[in-house]
Design a protein around this ligand. Structure first.
Ligand SMILES: *Cc1c(COP(=O)(O)O)cnc(C)c1O
Length: 395
């Protein structure tokens, strides 16, 4: 099928929650191809999912082998891949235990339930989240998301959430009451426009939560699994969360999410408190184990840091040339080019030129390449961005 045929079929049979422009049919590393044979350099990576690139042979092999051995057993039974993956994640996180699920929203839902159950004998249930955050699209997580646009039309929202300004400790202090069980934060707001948290803010949150006996929760769904040059975004700060969520890149495209909780709070959940049919299947865990091993074997944390620095420097040079580009900002390979106005024309022009990115928070071009990008990939992408900016400037 060509793009037009696929679009026509989709229009007839899919609930129109999405508005895609491009039909992708094949991928390899940092490249993808559309249904009409055109090649793209993928600097979006399925929105921070494909951290080891499209169809990495290690992940493909792990999925193929596991699919032919045992795909699913139900959590009524042990499956060795699940504690193996949990151990690998706990070691990287500095301790803790895991609960596996299937998506970012479900992982955050797990964090919220963990906080509520932990607070239930203390009279605490409220979760303070940040304005401009993003935590998912289920009812609880869209309520946690501090953005009207995702909540509009879905009232009444579940109770038990309060909002504070990101990077404003005083605002969090004001939002906390004796009913507050947890503060939930992203180390780098992704969907909100690639806004890294300030070090003082994160350090202040840890102190504040300790003083008030409140859990500090990180949503690591986008920033986690090496994206920022550390295994988890909070590791760019000198803090240890009480629990955090993972999803997106954990399976590199194979759906899997996780709640990782510190040893002190992990056993809050006991048999019967929380569950999900597909959580931590042998297949999903095999994919995730291959992802973690690949990041280690190929030194992708170091590469993400080095390539992120290079990309940021080169984008800042472009930003300095045009008065309609404010700046480039980010951490590791979570990078944003901040414009004065909508980033959509730039995203579209780049797509025409064969570079995939995403306009976010209206005026931010979100750039999230696979962690194994090369200097050549970065230079090629920057050259395309330079071209596109110069063409838009002359309009
Ligand atoms: C994508 C994202 C989510 C939601 O994940 P889904 O898998 O789409 O449910 C939650 N939090 C953050 C920070 C995200 O980037």
């Amino acid at each position: 099928m060509n793009t037009a045929e696929i679009a026509d079929l989709q229009k007839q049979f899919l609930i129109p929650t999405y508005a895609p422009q491009l039909a992708l049919v094949k991928g390899s590393g940092t490249k993808v191809w559309d249904a009409d044979g055109k090649e793209y350099l993928d600097f979006l990576a399925g929105i921070a999912v494909l951290n080891v690139g499209h169809c990495h042979p290690n992940v493909v092999k792990a999925v193929q082998d596991q699919a032919a051995t045992l795909m699913h057993v139900s959590n009524l039974y042990y499956n060795e891949k699940q504690p193996q993956l949990a151990k690998a994640l706990a070691e990287k996180a500095g301790g803790g235990k895991c609960f596996f699920c299937n998506s970012g929203a479900e992982a955050n839902e797990g964090l919220i339930k963990l906080a509520r159950l932990w607070g239930s004998d203390k009279g605490k249930f409220e979760v303070v989240t940040m304005k401009n955050s993003f935590h998912g699209r289920t009812l609880a997580t869209l309520t946690a998301t501090g953005q009207d646009k995702v909540q509009k039309g879905f009232y009444p929202l579940p109770e038990g959430f309060a909002y504070a300004e990101f990077n404003n400790l005083e605002s969090v202090k004001t939002a906390i009451t004796e009913k507050t069980a947890a503060v939930l934060v992203e180390a780098v707001q992704g969907e909100g426009g690639i806004i890294p948290a300030d070090s003082e803010f994160i350090a202040g949150l840890r102190t504040l939560c300790d003083e008030k006996n409140i859990l500090l929760l990180f949503d690591e769904v986008q920033a986690g699994i090496g994206r920022t040059g550390k295994w988890f975004g909070f590791q760019n700060y000198d803090v240890q969360p009480d629990a955090f969520s993972l999803a997106k890149a954990l399976g590199n495209g194979f759906p899997i999410g996780a709640v990782v909780a510190s040893p002190e709070v992990a056993d809050t959940f006991q048999p019967g408190n929380h569950a999900t049919t597909f959580g931590g299947t042998p297949l999903a865990c095999a994919a995730a184990l291959a992802v973690l091993e690949t990041i280690e074997q190929e030194n992708l944390l170091e590469n993400a840091k080095a390539m992120g620095t290079l990309l940021l420097e080169k984008l800042q040079v472009i930003a300095d040339q045009y008065d309609w580009i404010e700046c480039a900002r980010g951490t590791g390979l979570m990078v944003g080019l901040v414009l004065n106005d909508s980033a959509l024309p730039l995203q579209k022009k780049l797509q025409e030129k064969g570079l995939l990115t995403l306009a976010t928070a209206v005026r931010v071009l979100r750039i999230l390449p696979p962690l194994n990008v090369t200097v050549e990939d970065v230079e090629k992408a920057v050259a395309l961005i330079e071209d596109a900016c110069s063409e838009l400037d002359s309009l």
